[in-house]
Design a binder for this molecule. Structure first.
Ligand code: ADP
Ligand code: MG
Length: 323
């Protein structure tokens, strides 16, 4: 990148990179930040994912920098979690309207706190000036037993981890910006700001789940991807949806269900497994400290339907689509 179109400040681009982004490379790195490219020493199959967050599109424009740093890495680690892969390294392409060092320091704080939790090294990136946009690429490894979206079969149970709908319910709160959010509202806002990618659960499920996806666009939409790639349908029993006390308190049951079915941004896992593995799945989740429940079943057909007490019900909010 030439200096004149870089994100320049009193400190130059390279000083900013050296100060805030170098020295976190981790293991297995032959050459890290500072050369034309990084050199990684990889002996196993690699799993690679990349996601871009655009300010005002993927997060509220006034979201704080620490949360943005966390989220930018978290959404990528969630993709590796859904593959059952072990995260190792990341690269970071950062486009900033201006180089505000307080902002960069807080962003790096959020990014490296989560990277440290998961043993992820930052091995390179790019820093440019423009409308706020963050692209993180993650590289993980697998022993070959990675999960896919395509292995679900009619009769499998459909499981989800954690609780659903919390992050989507936080979005109107960001817009309304209450001066004194209630305790329950604060829980929802924190779920949006600091999603916890289910990396350990994904790895524990590699030999148990038949298909998996992370819930970024809403359960109906994301389970729909498992269905289309597995060549079957699915039924969600809405009374089994895992809803947090905070969500129920803020929204009431009916809207909470709509958020859980149609709202994205929770970054929980949705996966399928044959009923005879249910005890082993519950064990694997418990070993990794991950709550998880069965919310329905895979079926013949090709669509996701919702049932209450065994009867079909319409789905409120459609899952998020980008275009
Ligand atoms: P080049 O001109 O060769 O693309 P850059 O000036 O873009 O090099 O980057 C210099 C070095 O700093 C490279 O090793 C690059 O990977 C690293 N780098 C740039 N921006 C970041 C960042 N935001 N995070 C981590 N490493 C970065
Ligand atoms: Mg560059």
């Amino acid at each position: 990148m030439a200096a004149d179109d870089a994100a320049v400040s009193a400190r130059g681009e390279f000083e900013i990179i050296a100060r805030y982004f170098a020295g976190h490379e981790g293991d297995g790195v032959l050459l890290g930040v500072g050369d034309d490219a990084a050199v990684l020493d990889v002996r196993e199959p690699c799993v690679v994912a990349v996601d871009t967050l655009v300010g005002g599109v993927h997060f509220p424009p006034d979201l704080d920098a620490r949360a943005i740093g966390h989220r930018a890495l978290a959404v990528n680690l969630s993709d590796l979690a859904a593959m059952g892969a072990a995260p190792r390294w990341a690269t970071l392409a950062l486009t900033l309207p201006f180089a505000d060092e307080d902002w960069i320091e807080a962003f790096a704080g959020g990014f490296f706190a989560l990277a440290g939790d998961h043993g992820v090294g930052l091995v390179g990136g790019d820093t440019t000036r423009g409308p706020l946009s963050i692209t993180v690429q993650v590289i993980g490894t697998t022993r070959g037993d990675y999960l896919r979206r395509s292995g679900g079969r009619a009769g499998d149970d459909v499981w989800v981890t954690g609780t659903l709908g919390d992050a989507a319910a936080a979005l109107p709160l960001f817009a309304a910006a209450p001066e004194q959010p209630s305790a329950a509202e604060t829980v929802l806002l924190e779920r949006f700001r600091y999603p916890a990618p289910r990396v350990a659960a994904g790895r524990a499920l590699t030999r148990l789940a038949t298909a998996a996806i992370d819930v970024s666009d809403g359960l109906v939409a994301d389970l729909g991807h498992i269905c289309s790639q597995s060549g079957c349908g699915a039924r969600i029993d809405v009374e089994r949806l895992p809803l947090s006390e905070a969500l129920l308190g803020v929204c009431g049951r009916s809207r909470a269900e709509d958020y859980a079915l149609g709202g994205g941004d929770d970054y929980e896992l949705c996966f399928t497994a044959p009923p005879e593995r249910a005890a082993a799945v519950a064990d694997a989740l418990a070993r990794t400290g991950t709550p998880g429940v069965r919310v329905g079943s895979m079926t013949e057909g090709h669509a996701v339907s919702c049932c209450r007490a065994g009867r079909p019900v319409p789905v409120g909010i459609a899952g998020y689509t980008h275009f």
